[in-house]
Design a protein around this ligand. Structure first.
Ligand SMILES: [Zn+2]
Length: 361
């Protein structure tokens, strides 16, 4: 499985200029190749010798590869579309360097750029955590992408990671995701766990909403608003990483082979999915948490299955009758009583309404 780690680069002014020049040459070369191909030039036959660019040859190769994949995607869209398709153009400065052409040593990344018309390698300082250092030294690395983020240059490095052997038993864990209660897990052995703090998340969201409002009222300050949004996203993303890690750790501790979740996209008006789907923001945050659980589970050799969310918050697991929970409590005619979110986890765990193994299928 391929994952990405991001590290900030700290080049001096001179090297910053060199890298930025390489990036703009890179995207203009890709755009040029794409345009040529659309105008009828056979892109499959192009070699670095045909590319007239102020780029190290390794990067020329990468440009050709990128252009080919853009053309492939473009042709595919073209085939499946009746209307005009916009010409694919790279706008954001970036460049890709394959694993043969960059080296990571100590706190530096070393890669080629063009200096005075000649390909030369430069070393650029980075800040890597101990965890990143150990990842980079022990994994097979893929391509490195350099992009601009805010005022900084960052390198996004792809690496291969080994997945644990698939679990061989058939233990299942159901997980219900929610707003007030971010996640609840239930295993058939009766073990239950609540995760996260819905009230705190709500408080964070409200805090950032207020900040946004203040800036929007004062004047048009889109930059400040973008900053606030980014900060909020960073915090919520961290929370989701932590939650998903805890959920997968619980699954591991119970020797679970399948984690079951609900997929909320299949909107059924009669069920609580409508409640959860009310806000696109919530749909998005469920999506992110679900995909985090997916990949962390995969790394642990655990499968994720999605089940139909219909009635998972209404059906009684004892007698099978359907009714609504009142407030946070679910009380059935048969005498069965439980916490509303826990009921969801139990029913998801028991559900046989399998609808896929990806959130976006
Ligand atoms: Zn009942």
């Amino acid at each position: 499985m391929q994952l990405t780690e991001t590290v900030k680069l700290y080049p001096n002014k001179y090297r910053t200029e060199l890298i930025k020049a390489t990036m703009s040459e890179y995207i203009s070369t890709v755009n040029y190749l794409v345009l040529d191909a659309i105008n009828g030039r056979a892109i499959t036959k192009i070699t670095t010798a045909d590319v007239n660019a102020a780029l190290p040859s390794a990067l020329c190769n990468q440009c050709i590869r990128d252009a080919k994949s853009i053309i492939r995607k473009y042709n595919k869209v073209l085939r499946n579309s009746d209307t005009q398709v916009k010409l694919p153009v790279l706008k954001k400065m970036c460049c890709y360097i394959n694993n043969q052409n960059f080296r990571i040593n100590d706190d530096c990344i070393n890669f080629p750029v063009i200096i005075n018309g000649k390909s030369k390698r430069i070393s650029v300082k980075t800040k890597m955590s101990e965890r990143q250092k150990s990842i980079f030294s022990s994994s097979k690395l893929g391509t490195m992408r350099i992009v601009v983020k805010g005022h900084d240059l960052v390198a996004q490095i792809v690496y291969d990671t080994k997945e644990d052997a698939a679990s061989s038993n058939d233990n299942v864990m159901g997980v219900d995701l929610g707003i007030k209660c971010p996640a609840v897990s239930y295993c058939p052995d009766g073990s239950i766990k609540f995760y996260g703090n819905g009230r705190k998340n709500k408080y964070i969201r409200r805090h950032f909403n207020n900040l946004r409002k203040r800036f929007q009222k004062k004047a048009k300050k889109p930059k400040a608003v973008v900053k606030i949004n980014n900060k909020e996203q960073r915090i919520m993303k961290d929370i989701d990483h932590k939650l998903s890690r805890e959920i997968v750790n619980t699954a591991r501790a119970h020797d679970v082979s399948v984690i079951k979740l609900e997929r909320l996209q299949n909107i059924r008006s009669t069920t609580r999915t409508s409640r959860k789907n009310n806000h696109s923001l919530h749909t998005w945050s469920f999506y992110r948490l679900a995909t985090f659980i997916e990949y962390k589970a995969k790394l642990a050799g655990i499968e994720v299955e999605y089940v139909d969310p219909a009635y998972t918050s209404q059906i009684c697991p004892i007698c099978g009758s359907v009714h609504h929970a009142k407030d946070r409590n679910y009380i059935c005619r048969c005498g069965y009583q439980t916490h509303r979110d826990l009921l969801g986890a139990i029913n998801i765990c028991n559900s046989t309404e399998y609808i896929g193994n990806r959130y976006t299928a």
